[in-house]
Design a protein around this ligand. Structure first.
Ligand code: SF4
Length: 476
């Protein structure tokens, strides 16, 4: 029988309302488990960026608090949640293929609750397709209401009807909901949501909404709680962290926020992602230079080395401004690693534009780069531009960019050989269980012999041999 009194008595304010629904969803889960005759399990699959990874930790926390047990098996789980990314069209198509194959397997378990959420769902084309062609998908919600998962789960368990709850615009920022971290010793912390930059190729402002900064006291409280809980490394997350603070009451900027996070006992390392080059200030560079805790790594998306293409992309910096900024960072912060994103095949791009991109790669000597083929996203200005490139041209120019990136980054990685660096030990090496894997402050990976009890420690490791993009070392 459908219970409506639960809704009548639900608190109106958040996050209290969600804790209330966690309890009520938990009662319905127990009922369902006695019908099924087994404890219900869940599996979360995450696509895309660090922001999505953090959202998935929160949804894992909510599902665990309802009482579902996490399992490694997507095909066996009773609740399967997909947190999607829509930055590139081929990823969308792969996701539909994956979902379709899960649908076939669903015949064996018609009671399975399949949930799709995240960036793809913010596009009406996707929501309509899920509605019409994937009837085994039971709950669908977007990027603005992930904190409501417990309430949506309660509604589904209570009534059994499919739920589509996708908001056009962001509502309030709701934090302090349960979360289960993938790593006990490191965590992402959202400092802002959305983006106002409207780069012409990018779908993010349309699916994540305009930029909203979290109040700094809430961020610092969360960091302090994490430190008490054993977290040593914090990654401050936002689409453009350098514009943090716009529109909030307190006089906080991103460099000032970093200084406050630095003061928290127990936090040994601070990272951040992502920085827009147009907003990266001298103040930030100096704070990084003078800090013992802020890691020696900046991810600084270039996208293109051609001023003409950068203008068409609405990036608001020139080739020369980017190079000057990157070289200033290298000069002021010794040993810093600079990584980047590069797009090849933007509409109207020419071989001469790629020459400029390669020139920037050679000058800046990136420590690493994610190189992507341009993917038109419906609704963005670039998707309506003329001059789409043919696949042969893209393949040729992509290889040229990739070769330049690999040459430079190999050389840059090798510059630390023989040094002793502090390394946060993250996990047992995937290929050799006698080895551990960890990251240096500059984000390079190091593999070295060691005991799993060292996971989560920060150790001094001698970098004996560089193997392209990682090191083999030994503890000292
Ligand atoms: S800064 Fe540009 S590329 Fe980055 S999220 Fe915003 S619009 Fe997209």
């Amino acid at each position: 029988m459908i219970d409506t009194t639960v809704f009548d008595n639900a608190p109106l304010c958040e996050p209290e309302r969600q804790y209330y629904f966690i309890d009520h969803a938990s009662s319905l889960r127990l009922k369902k488990e006695s019908e099924l005759g087994h404890p219900m399990t869940f599996h979360v699959t995450t696509f895309g960026c660090q922001m999505n990874a953090r959202d998935s930790e929160k949804m894992t926390g909510i599902l665990s608090n309802i009482g579902f047990t996490e399992t490694d098996s997507e095909t066996e789980a009773d609740v399967v949640l997909f947190n999607t990314c829509t930055i590139r069209d081929n990823a969308n198509q792969k996701f539909y293929g994956h979902l379709g194959s899960l649908g076939g397997k669903n015949a064996k378990n018609p009671d399975r609750i399949v949930i799709v959420c995240g960036c793809m769902v913010q596009e009406s084309e996707c929501t309509n397709r899920l509605k019409e062609s994937y009837d085994f998908v039971k709950i669908v919600f977007g990027t603005h209401n992930i904190y409501k998962l417990a309430e949506l789960m309660f509604c589904y368990l209570n009534k059994g009807d499919r739920i589509f709850d996708v908001w056009d615009k962001p509502g309030e920022i709701v934090e302090d909901i349960p979360s289960i971290r993938k790593y006990p010793f490191k965590s992402g912390v959202n400092i802002m949501f959305g983006c106002n930059n409207y780069c012409t190729y990018c779908i993010v402002p349309y699916v994540r909404g305009n930029e909203r900064s979290r109040a700094s006291d809430e961020i610092l409280r969360e960091c302090a709680h994490l430190a008490q809980d054993g977290v040593k490394e914090i990654m401050l997350l936002g689409q453009n962290v350098n514009s943090y603070g716009n529109g909030i009451k307190d006089e906080m900027t991103f460099p000032k926020l970093l200084k406050e996070v630095e003061k928290i006992d127990g936090i040994k390392r601070i990272r951040f992602m992502t920085s827009h080059p147009k907003d990266l200030s001298d103040e930030l560079i100096n704070i990084m230079r003078d800090s013992d805790k802020i890691c020696r790594h900046i991810h600084l998306p270039l996208q293109s080395g051609s001023t003409r293409i950068l203008t068409a992309m609405n990036r608001r910096y020139t080739k020369e401004q980017y190079v000057d900024l990157a070289l200033k960072i290298r000069d002021r912060i010794p040993g810093v690693s600079i990584t980047t994103d590069i797009i090849v095949g933007f509409p109207g791009e020419t071989t001469e534009d790629i020459d400029d991109t390669v020139d920037v790669i050679r000058k800046v000597k990136f420590d690493g780069a994610f190189t992507f083929v341009y993917s038109p996203r419906t609704g963005t200005p670039a998707a309506k531009m003329e001059g789409f490139k043919d696949p042969d041209w893209i393949r040729r120019e992509f290889d040229r960019v990739l070769t330049a990136v690999q040459d430079e980054s190999k050389e840059m990685a090798a510059r630390f050989t023989g040094r002793i660096e502090s390394v946060l030990v993250e996990e047992v090496n995937e290929k050799d269980v006698g080895f551990l894997s960890g990251r240096m402050s500059n984000n390079l990976m190091v593999h070295f012999p060691g005991d799993p009890s060292l996971i989560g420690s920060i150790l001094d490791v001698k970098l004996n041999e560089c193997r392209g993009f990682y090191y083999i070392g030994e503890t000292v």
